[in-house]
Design a protein around this ligand. Structure first.
Ligand code: UD1
Length: 416
């Protein structure tokens, strides 16, 4: 199993080009099932998750080819509606195929995703919404099964803001019979980008960017031709790494507005930021100041940056308080950061982080994607060597991470 060996203590300096967003690419890949034909997606990150999703599409009968960052998906010959447990269990986002399969074929058999490292992660909103649209769904032997489904428009209000359920029901509604209204939808840029890609191929969606979407079903859609938006979480992770190491990094190819909550938090930490049209420079000459963080749905501070921000706070000049209101159990990085000398007290979903003068290298274990990213940036600032085990989690979401960090002057080596 691969590990990362990081020798800390060097400030990150230079420029880094941010890849396409994993969380924007996955729902668009699922949406290719809505229309038979050849779909073209550019700026797709080559990650374990996009490759796993490509495999799911292939199992359904699609032809998928990756050339550079361009993904071509031919969904003309899709002939299966089954997404098996073996793939879904490795990537929850596989659940995204459910709505498109029901919308196009009226049938689907998709494994229930199960929990993940930080808790149960239910899909009840996806299922309730599809049922409200007329889909009789059964749970059989761990699979969600729909037969003879004819989706009809419905009015659906979410009691929790959910990225996944919003994308799922948007994809179902664009081909459903009649009008669907989705209330209290997610505003994450990934969801808006999916809506824009669907509109460009003939979907009728009103209200993108607001909490209420009105969708009028259409008979058919044209194949998708789109460019995936930049990864705001990758960008913010590099910005946090710059903050932690006292460096200065230019993030290229980003949409600054998408990263604003995280960038503002780094400004509160004492970093200086220059925002351009598609780039941001983050310079952090001194020790970070402590900050309080509460994760919220977009445009609030993202839960996907909570772990990385905790690493920054671990070396801040004072006490920070970090609360995750989206995932109450998303704290598997806490004991690992503590192995590096961080002083963190966890009470329920609130972490009190007492900044220390420095962290020390240690052997630590990656437990999920963003927890792993927090260990990487902690290691970059720590004194001595850190060996991070189980970095397959990082490979799920960060494209050529050690290469990008190396170009910024970090000493990072992958060991087999
Ligand atoms: C997506 C992101 C993930 C991010 C999360 C929150 C992808 C592939 N993943 O995950 O990186 O951490 O958004 O920004 O885009 N919930 C329910 N019932 C449901 C669905 C969700 O109660 O049916 C709850 C969840 O437990 C959580 C909250 O809603 O508390 C938000 O989850 P959601 O936005 O759905 O997360 P994902 O789409 O799974």
């Amino acid at each position: 199993m691969d590990k990362l060996l990081i020798t800390g203590g060097r400030p990150l300096e230079g420029a880094v080009r941010v890849s396409g967003a994993k969380n924007a690419a996955l729902p668009v890949m699922a949406a290719t099932l809505l229309a038979p034909g050849v779909h073209r997606l550019r700026n797709v990150p080559r990650l374990r998750d996009t490759q796993t999703f490509a495999r799911v599409l292939e199992l359904l009968g699609a032809r998928v080819s990756f050339e550079g960052d361009q993904l071509t998906i031919d969904t003309g010959d899709v002939n299966s509606v089954e997404a098996p447990y073996e793939l879904v269990k490795t990537m929850r986002a596989s659940i995204y195929v459910l709505g498109p399969l029901l919308a196009r074929f009226g049938r689907a058999k998709v494994s229930l995703p199960g929990g993940c490292a930080w808790g149960p992660r239910p899909v009840n909103l996806h299922l309730a919404g599809l049922r409200a649209m007329g889909a009789a769904l059964d749970i059989e032997h761990g699979y969600i099964v729909g037969r003879n489904v004819k989706l009809k428009g419905a009015v659906i209000g979410f009691d929790v803001v959910s990225v996944g359920a919003t994308a799922q029901l948007m994809m179902a509604a664009v081909l459903a019979e009649g009008a669907t209204v989705l209330e209290n939808v997610a505003l994450e840029p990934d969801v808006t980008a999916l809506g824009q890609a669907l509109i460009a191929c003939g979907a009728r969606i009103e209200g993108l960017g607001s909490r209420r979407l009105a969708i009028e079903g259409v008979g058919r859609l044209r194949p998708i031709d789109t460019t995936i938006i930049p990864d705001r979480i990758e960008a913010a992770t590099f910005a946090a790494a710059a903050a932690m190491t006292g460096g200065a990094v230019r993030l290229e190819g980003v949409v600054p507005d998408h990263c604003e909550a995280a960038l503002r938090k780094l400004e509160e930490c004492g970093c200086t930021l220059w925002r351009g049209a598609d780039e941001v420079t983050v310079a952090c000459p001194g020790r970070p100041q402590p900050v309080n963080v509460v994760t919220q749905p977009f445009p609030g501070f993202p839960t996907d940056m909570q772990a990385q921000m905790m690493a920054v706070c671990a070396v801040a000049g004072g006490t920070s308080v970090i609360e995750d209101t989206i995932y109450f159990d998303r704290f598997t990085h806490v004991p690992e950061l503590a192995r590096m000398g961080a002083r963190i007290e966890l009470k329920g979903n609130v972490a009190v982080v007492k900044g220390v003068d420095r962290l020390y290298g240690a052997q630590v274990m990656a437990t999920d994607l963003r927890a792993s990213a927090s260990l990487v940036i902690a290691a970059l600032a720590a004194e001595g060597e850190t060996l991070i085990d189980r970095i397959y989690h990082l490979d799920r979401g960060y494209e050529t991470l050690e290469k990008k960090l190396g170009a910024l002057g970090a000493q990072v080596r992958r060991v087999h």
